[in-house]
Structures are given as C-alpha cells and as structure tokens.
Design a protein. Sequence first.
Length: 274
Amino acid sequence: MSTGNLLTDHPELYEERFPDRDRLAARWTEDTLRRHGAGPRVLDLGCGTGRDAAWLHHHAGRQVTGVDTAEAMLAHGRRRHPGPDYRRADMRDFDLGRTFDAVLCLDSALLYCHTNDDLASCLAAIRRHLIPGGLLIAEMRNGAFFLGNTELLDGPRTASFAWRGTTYTSHTTLWIDHGAQLLCRRRTWTADDGSEPEEQHSAWRLLFPQELRYFLTTAGFEVLALHDGPGPRTEPVWSEGDSPYGTTSSDRLHLVARLSPQNNSQYSNGDTTP
C-alpha cells in the first residue's frame, strides 16, 4: 500500500470528487467581501485548484493571488483556471512583497496550522500582507461542534465515484487527538483499475470560537462576524441574499475579522517595486 494524497496529487480527481459547478464558495466569498466593503486586491491562502480564485478574478473583477503548498494544485490552476497569480508558499511563513485588501482562508485552510505557534505565525504573516483595515475571511470546521457530538466520528465511512471509466472508493475514519486538539483522518483509496491502494493521513486543528477570538485579537484583528452560517458547506447552503445567523454551535464556522487601522504593514505601498 502506498502512502500519498490521491486528490491533492491529481487535482482533476479532486474537482470531480468535490464538485462546485455553481461556484458557491466563490459567490459566498464575494458576497462577504462586498458586505464588508473590501477593496479589489485579494489573497486566497490555500487556494487549492484555483477555481474560486479564478471566479473572483473573472466574474467579480478582483485582483487575486493564490497561494498553496501543493505544486500539482498550482499547476492545475494555471492550466485550467488561469487569471490569478499563483504562488507556492507555506501559509505559516510566506512573504509575497505586497499588500492586499483581503485574505481568504476557505475550506478549513486555517486549520492546517496545528499548533499555537503555527497559528500565531500564520496570523502574523497575514497581518504583514494586509493593508490597515484589511479583512480576513475564513470558513472552517467548528471545534465546538464536537463537544458531545460524535456523528462525524461514527465510522468508518465509505464513498465512491466514477471518473473516466474508473471507480474510486474511499474508506475514511475520523478520530480526535484531544491533547493536541486535532481532528485526525485516515483515508484509504482503492480503484477498480487494479492500481495499488493509497493511504492518506491528515489532520485539522479544532479551534473553539472563544479561542479563535483570542488569537485574532492578540494578532491585532477585530472580529466583525463569527457565525454558523449560512455558507458554502452548510445545510441548507448559502444562497444570494442570505444574512449571517447562528450561535457557533454547528459544524462550520464563518469568520470575518478586520485588521486594526493602527497595524501598519511592512509593505507601505502595496509592493516592494521601486
């Protein structure tokens, strides 16, 4: 059995397994950006295949830079979702030499910061790249949901989908490392084309609403909104005209935070070009 990440290594499979043909995540993001008066320069941190970044670029007129650590995802974005400026960088310590009006962390990207130091470093890097008053918009799993709720942990779960004549089946088990506050996942992929099974291990930090507020305030942000939904991964899903609601007890959190105007970026004019 090989160890890898089938979907990250094969972005076409990722988009087939997690289709978003209506670009719901990007449309929700644009609605949130407009609602809070964000300017046009946007950094998509953890951009994945680039489909959200490209929609914001082409349909909302945003100037988008997409950052990810997976070169296969970035190459797919440049090829299939052109328009944004795609860069490879680590979200915990990136330096792009420019500022943005807003930074996005969608689909639990922020939760790949597993330790307190990781999260503090990521927020510091975000702060350096935002204009004073710039926005951080994030969408993620909610750690508070797992307080007494085990429905996502009752597994394993099996799912299948077909692509180009091959059926792929995943067997997924989730568990919590309580001491580290990590939601851990082991996923084994099999395919009916005779290829060797692939086993993937990943984890997300489980952040609680008050904990998240503390980290953001300490980093110089003011939390403008922190709510259950609606959002691109809630049930029911977000639709045009919906307003935020909720008590931060469901399985998704939606965050909007503004960098204090007193926090000055190291990039005073938006880039380092003379």
